[in-house]
Design a protein around this ligand. Structure first.
Ligand SMILES: O=C(O)C1=C[C@@H](OP(=O)(O)O)[C@@H](O)[C@H](O)C1
Ligand SMILES: C=C(OP(=O)(O)O)C(=O)O
Length: 453
């Protein structure tokens, strides 16, 4: 299977020579793009995804759907609306649903969204679909999806019991019904079963029975996007039982979806304003969103900045001071590496809590952040469910990334304030933000041109 390239190349992280002042256009959301692709593929009519994210995770998703029979046409123009009118949105993908079929093999890379969202789709296909991916994908939790699908009527051969690689023996449909799963290791188990559920014969009732459930905004995103294509979903928030979601069977509509910028990928740029006491504007920041990255407005304000949402986008200003923070990040776990990097440069200690499940992300993020920040002279300790960060004067050195895009951007952040930081394999940012090194350099250049992704 395709593995992320083993780059040992070192990228000298640029030091900021002063306060940054830039406008940075951030490409589309990974989470929205990959949900949009799955829902469009399951619809009863063609649909459009505009400004999709083009990165390793989303190209793997598109390729996997294609190999199961779905048509995905990529167009890059300013004239790509269904009516042929100029719409100015640039890249657009037209998704043409078709009968899903095997036999085929899906490469999940190390994309949680691909390895969790697609097995239920494969259960609807006619024929076997083999799932394989990067070595790390074998270690990431999948039990809730496998056991959940079995309970709903699917046949799955998982050679290693509860993990990849595995084969889903699709029968062209799935009974569906009630299922209990423990999604404490990943909210994506719940999202996965909900996304395909309108196509299950009986829909689904998913009951989460574990002690904790991370990343609730991502489950809300799943529910919102299902409703936007015509699905009927009952949730705890809509008066249902706690930890229970129900999806009614029914046809999904082909829609025209404009993908929001990825607010979690906006994090390093906002953090640059905070660390340097500068100012960064992110155009197209949505007024309302389910993306967890929206929480950065509050989190980085508490850490010493201020922000304003205008027609130009979100403008975040640093004050020249960076404060530590004591915070439960369970809802927004994917923001942890960036927050940890900022916290290591703060004027007081930080405690980051509620993120034990990060040990099973792209890498063990708690161990990796501790080791790499301490390798530069920091003082970070792992707790049972997070990190305790005591800022210390840092020095240069190699910041290892463990094939984790968010480790690479965390290293770049430290490099802004610390001379001689070299980020190993910055190319791993291709998972969700292939242009990161170029965008970072542009942000730091005196002219700081506004880039259109
Ligand atoms: O559903 C999604 O799009 C995601 C859910 C979260 O996963 P976990 O609940 O496994 O943390 C998040 O960390 C990941 O980056 C994207
Ligand atoms: C945890 C992440 O990704 P994945 O979708 O692979 O779980 C992430 O992007 O921080």
């Amino acid at each position: 299977m395709t593995e992320s390239p083993a780059h040992s190349a070192l990228w000298p992280a640029p030091t900021a020579s002063g306060a940054v002042d830039a406008t940075v256009t951030v490409p589309g959301s990974k989470s929205v793009t990959n949900r949009g692709l799955v829902l469009a593929a399951l619809s009863s009519e063609p649909g459009w995804l505009r400004r999709p994210l083009r990165s390793r995770d989303t190209l793997l998703m598109a390729q996997a759907l294609r190999t199961m029979g779905v048509g995905i046409e990529e167009t890059i123009s300013s004239n790509s609306s269904p009516a042929g009118e100029p719409d100015g949105t640039g890249e657009a993908w037209r998704v043409i649903p078709a009968g899903l079929h095997g036999p085929t093999t899906v490469d999940v890379g190390n994309a949680g969204t691909v390895m969790r969202f697609l097995p239920p789709v494969a259960a609807l296909a006619d024929g076997p679909v083999r799932f394989d991916g990067d070595p790390r994908s074998y270690e990431r939790p999948l039990g809730g999806v496998i056991e959940g699908l079995r309970a709903l009527g699917a046949r799955i051969d998982d050679d290693k019991r509860g993990a990849l690689p595995m084969t889903v023996h699709g029968k062209g449909g799935l009974d569906g019904g009630r299922v209990e799963i423990d999604a404490s290791s990943s909210s994506q188990f719940v999202s996965a079963l909900l996304l395909s559920a309108p196509r299950f014969n009986q829909g689904v009732e998913v009951r989460h029975v574990g002690a904790t459930l991370p990343s609730m905004p991502h489950i809300r995103m799943t529910v919102d996007m299902l409703r936007a294509v015509g699905a009927q979903v009952d949730t705890p928030e809509s008066g249902g039982e706690p930890n229970v979601w129900r999806v009614t069977p029914g046809a999904l509509l082909g829609r025209d979806l404009v993908v929001e910028p990825d607010l979690s990928n906006a994090q390093p740029f906002l953090a640059a304003a905070l660390i340097t006491g500068g100012r960064v504007t992110i155009p197209d920041w949505p007024e309302h969103t389910t993306q967890p990255g929206d929480a950065l407005r509050e989190i980085f304000t508490e850490m010493g900045g201020s922000c304003e949402l205008t027609e130009q986008g979100l403008t975040f200003k640093g004050s020249g001071r960076v404060h530590g923070i004591d915070i439960d990040l369970s809802e927004v776990g994917e923001l942890t590496p960036g927050i940890a990097a900022v916290a290591a440069l703060a004027d007081s200690e930080s405690v980051l809590r509620g993120v034990a499940h990060l040990r099973l992300h792209e890498t063990d993020r708690l161990a990796a952040l501790t080791k790499e920040i301490n390798g530069l002279g920091g003082d970070v300790t792992e707790t049972a469910d997070g990190l305790h960060i005591r800022p210390r004067p840092l020095h240069g050195g190699v910041f290892h990334t463990y094939d984790d895009h968010r480790m690479a951007t965390a290293g770049a952040l430290l490099g802004l304030a610390v001379k001689g930081v070299e980020v190993e394999n910055v190319a791993t940012t291709a998972k969700t933000l292939p242009d990161f090194p170029e965008m970072w350099t542009d942000m730091l250049s005196p002219a700081a041109p506004a880039r259109r992704a």
